[in-house]
Design a protein around this ligand. Structure first.
Ligand SMILES: NC(=O)c1ccc[n+]([C@@H]2O[C@H](COP(=O)([O-])OP(=O)(O)OC[C@H]3O[C@@H](n4cnc5c(N)ncnc54)[C@H](O)[C@@H]3O)[C@@H](O)[C@H]2O)c1
Length: 342
């Protein structure tokens, strides 16, 4: 078994592609198999700069299909030391409209990967999860890893369910597994349906900026690279059965974030349109990351203002990346979702 042999599920997505890039720069000899179904959110262009990386293999594969996953592993012909699961349906709004694919990929897909790992001696499974599994906070306090799981949306319920499966496979079958839970990520290559890229692209083209409710919901923003550094640290050094929160120490209301983007791009705050809130919209998330700091020596490095400014510059300079994905399917979803909120 090669020491750094890693199956990354969901490596063509936003966080998965940054994770693969980080892994290859930290361990240039790593052998990596990227399993990705290439849904609307999966974009091979996210890894275009690594097209010739010798250790990186790709298989288009549905993680909820056990035969497909097994064949991909057989064809790769390497025994993985780690399986890192970043494949998921991830957009909360879509989960409200069509929950089924969230259950299939996030729950059944995780189950399939856990079962695969059960047959691989010495493998470690890393489940990349989210602060949304903890539910919503009031004005004070923050979640730690022992906080109860109280998910509110079909998305967060599917993620909490998969976390529970990982815990059960660790307890029941002794599978070496680690769970990471991070706050809201931002950075380059994020699909433009998520808040920050949506607002950047709308502000730069003079379109309305839809903000839920009165914009007072609070999120704790973490730069995607800080998150990936945390996943890598948990993968290599985390305790078997351990859960690690990764927060960005950057709580902002949605309106603060949108105002910062608009002010930087065009100054037209009149483009902001408050729209009826999403059902069960959690009011605030915040994470206590002290376990990751003390056990893994991790801390977030990117200041939000700096990271946001660089992210805005990236989107403005990379229309060749985002133009091709603003296609029929995405535009239909946007019309269905925001059209109903006019
Ligand atoms: N984005 C965030 O703010 C955030 C925060 C905390 C945790 N997470 C978690 O991190 C992980 C990655 O999130 P992201 O933002 O990069 O998501 P993303 O939507 O950008 O990418 C998801 C990837 O998974 C792939 N995928 C979807 N269904 C699949 C299937 N059935 N089989 C194989 N591949 C499939 C897609 O093609 C895509 O490449 C998810 O598990 C998510 O829950 C995300």
């Amino acid at each position: 078994m090669s020491e750094m042999s890693v199956v990354v599920a969901g490596g063509c997505g936003f966080i998965g592609s940054h994770f693969i890039r980080l892994l290859l720069s930290a361990c240039p000899d790593a052998r990596i198999l990227n399993l990705d179904l290439l849904t609307y959110a999966g974009n091979p262009a996210n890894l275009a700069d690594l097209a010739t990386a010798p250790g990186l293999a790709f298989s288009r594969c549905d993680i909820a299909d056990p035969d497909a996953v097994r064949s991909a592993l057989t064809a790769w012909n390497v025994t993985p030391r780690y399986v890192v699961n970043l494949a998921a349906e991830t957009h909360v709004d879509r989960s409200v409209l069509e929950p089924e694919s969230f259950l299939r990929t996030n729950v059944l897909g995780t189950y399939t990967l856990l079962e695969l790992c059960r047959g691989i001696p010495g493998v470690r499974f890393v489940q990349v999860s989210t602060d949304e599994v903890y539910g919503s906070l009031g004005g004070a306090g923050c979640f730690n890893e022992d906080s109860p799981l109280l998910p509110s949306s079909p998305y967060s319920a599917s993620k909490a369910s998969s976390d529970m499966l990982v815990r059960a496979w660790h307890k029941t079958y002794g599978l070496d597994a680690v769970i990471t839970r991070s706050s809201n990520n931002y950075g380059p290559n994020q699909f433009p349906e998520k808040l920050i890229p949506l607002m950047i692209l709308h502000a730069s083209s003079g379109q309305e900026l839809p903000v839920y409710g009165d914009g007072s919901n609070v999120r704790d923003w973490i730069h995607v690279v800080d998150h990936c550094v945390g996943i890598l640290a948990a993968m290599r050094q985390g305790r078997a059965g351990g859960i690690y929160n990764f927060g960005g120490d950057s709580e902002r209301t949605n309106l603060q974030v949108v105002n910062s983007i608009v002010d930087r791009i065009c100054g037209h705050r009149d483009l902001i349109r408050f729209v009826p809130d999403r059902p069960a919209h959690d009011w605030r998330y915040a994470l206590d990351s002290s376990r990751a700091r003390s056990e893994l020596g991790w801390r977030p490095e990117v200041r939000f203002e700096q990271g946001l400014s660089e992210t805005i510059d990236w989107y403005l300079a990379n229309d060749a990346w985002w133009r091709p994905i603003l296609t029929g399917e995405y535009l239909r979803f946007r019309e269905q979702w925001y059209g109903a909120r006019r």
